[in-house]
Design a binder for this molecule. Structure first.
Ligand code: ASP
Ligand code: MG
Length: 443
């Protein structure tokens, strides 16, 4: 058994959906379960209509048109999603009356994207001669906690899913991204959560492989928009992939959790070039070379805390993190000295009140416009002098570096630069480790 997940762009038009049908047909001997996202842009549109509804304007036309267009292009009947559109319309009217949008209600609104797309994709598959059944993931047993907006499955979900999957005689086409809590309220797993659904189902059913199909080749050695010579990576370990997932990599970071737990390989594939091998992510890989990929994350804030009084005292770090925790601020990177702590956060949300509290015991400075650059590869562990190569190359290119971090796991080296240095730094490092750089331009 395999799981095949198709993302929003892959089911974003009639043509794309028909390509998915062809891809699935070629894999029928492996007993696939298909997972699909909402058609591209639909989740964003649903967020927008929910926000409009709270302001007293329930509008559904744009959502209806997006779906009806695809259905018409497929030569199918619009009645396919009419019932759900009707339910959504009632819901939006309700929101506009009470003028309130709780996280629970928002998840309910967002669920319509995937619930409609599975119905359309299933009908298209059937038309293409591929007998299929549309399934809402919660009917399969995907029960979650009540963390609306970023729910995670309950431990008992695995057994229920494994049991239910056996029921289907036809190919199941399952909603990504959504589940239900024990009370029966619909939940979502976080943006791009369909990857996570695929991994949850794959792990529950002990699948041979979890395939994530999108509109690009797997993971690249660097952002091809920045580095001309970037190549796609054939194989990565789970550890390398978890490091990369954070840097807006190709998959939802939580996707790796169920896959790692049950040791199921994940294969990233491109629906435009199904013959390409894509990138295979699994536990053990043959370590070739030193670095696999040079990645980055921009628009971060660096916070410097200096406190001569406190730093030697125990409890100083926990006090800092308590404050960040209280305001729900996620800390990415951290470096310390005897009298100072520097860290980065990826947004300025809630930063002001947090800084006020930090100022009670430390001098605080905040600087925006920063980027983390990270080189990742299991090979770093086995080679001495990689940090020397990294920072030597950067110095040679006249690039100043601010914070440096290398964890004990020793498969990545990360550092901070100004946003403007991302292009030159990534290009220089790609050239250093792969002999081909060629920066396309400042990003
Ligand atoms: N449709 C959801 C989103 O846009 C989930 C997904 O695409 O994986 O975030
Ligand atoms: Mg998506």
């Amino acid at each position: 058994m395999i799981v095949m997940k198709f993302g929003g762009t892959s089911v974003g038009s009639a043509d794309r959906i028909m390509s998915c049908a062809e891809i699935v047909k070629k894999n029928l001997s492996r007993s696939p379960i298909v997972v699909v996202s909402a058609h591209s842009k639909v989740t964003d549109m649903l967020i927008a209509v929910a926000r409009k509804a709270v302001k007293g304007q329930p509008e559904i036309d744009e959502i209806r048109e997006r779906h009806v267009r695809i259905i018409a292009d497929l030569g199918l009947k619009p009645s396919l999603v009419e019932k759900l559109l009707g339910e959504l319309e009632v819901l939006l009217k309700g929101i506009s009356l009470v003028k309130e949008l709780t996280p629970r209600t928002l998840d309910y609104v967002l669920s319509f994207g995937e619930r409609m797309s599975v119905r359309t994709v299933t009908a298209a598959f059937e038309k293409a001669g591929l007998p299929a059944t549309a399934v809402d993931a919660f009917d399969l047993g995907l029960i979650t906690d009540s963390n609306f907006g970023s729910a995670i499955p309950l431990a008992e979900a695995d057994n229920i899913i494994a049991w239910n999957v056996k029921r289907f005689e036809k190919l199941p086409v399952v909603t990504g991204y959504i589940g239900k809590n024990k009370e029966g309220d619909i939940t979502t797993l976080g943006r791009n959560g369909s990857d996570y659904t695929a991994a949850i189902l794959g792990a529950a059913c002990a699948a041979e492989e979890i395939q994530i199909w999108s509109d690009v080749d797997g993971v690249c050695s660097a952002d091809p928009q920045i580095v001309k010579g970037a190549h796609s990576i054939e194989e990565m370990s789970f550890d390398e992939a978890s490091e990369l997932a954070y840097y807006g990599g190709r998959i939802h970071p939580a996707t790796l959790v169920p896959a790692v737990k049950k040791d199921i390989p994940i294969r990233l594939k491109n629906t435009y070039k199904p013959e390409n091998p894509g990138t295979l992510i699994r536990r053990k890989v043959v370590v070739k070379g030193i670095v696999k990929s040079v990645v980055y994350k921009e628009d971060l804030f660096m916070i410097d805390l200096v406190s001569t009084r406190m730093l030697q005292h125990h409890g100083f770090m926990s006090r800092i993190f308590e404050i960040f925790g209280k305001y729900g601020i996620v800390v990415d990177m951290i470096a310390t000295s005897e009298v100072s702590v520097s860290l980065t956060v990826d947004s300025d949300r809630n930063l002001e009140p947090a800084i006020k509290e930090l100022q009670e015991f430390a001098e605080v400075q905040v600087e925006g416009g920063k980027a983390i650059i990270c080189v990742v590869g299991e090979g770093i562990r086995n080679h001495m002098g990689v940090p020397g190569q990294v920072f030597g190359a950067l110095a040679g290119a006249g690039i100043g570096v601010q914070m440096i971090s290398q964890s004990a796991m020793n498969i990545n080296i990360a550092f901070l630069v100004n946003n403007e240095q991302v292009g030159p730094a990534v290009g220089t490092l790609h050239e250093t480790f792969f002999g081909k750089g060629g920066v396309i331009g400042p990003n």
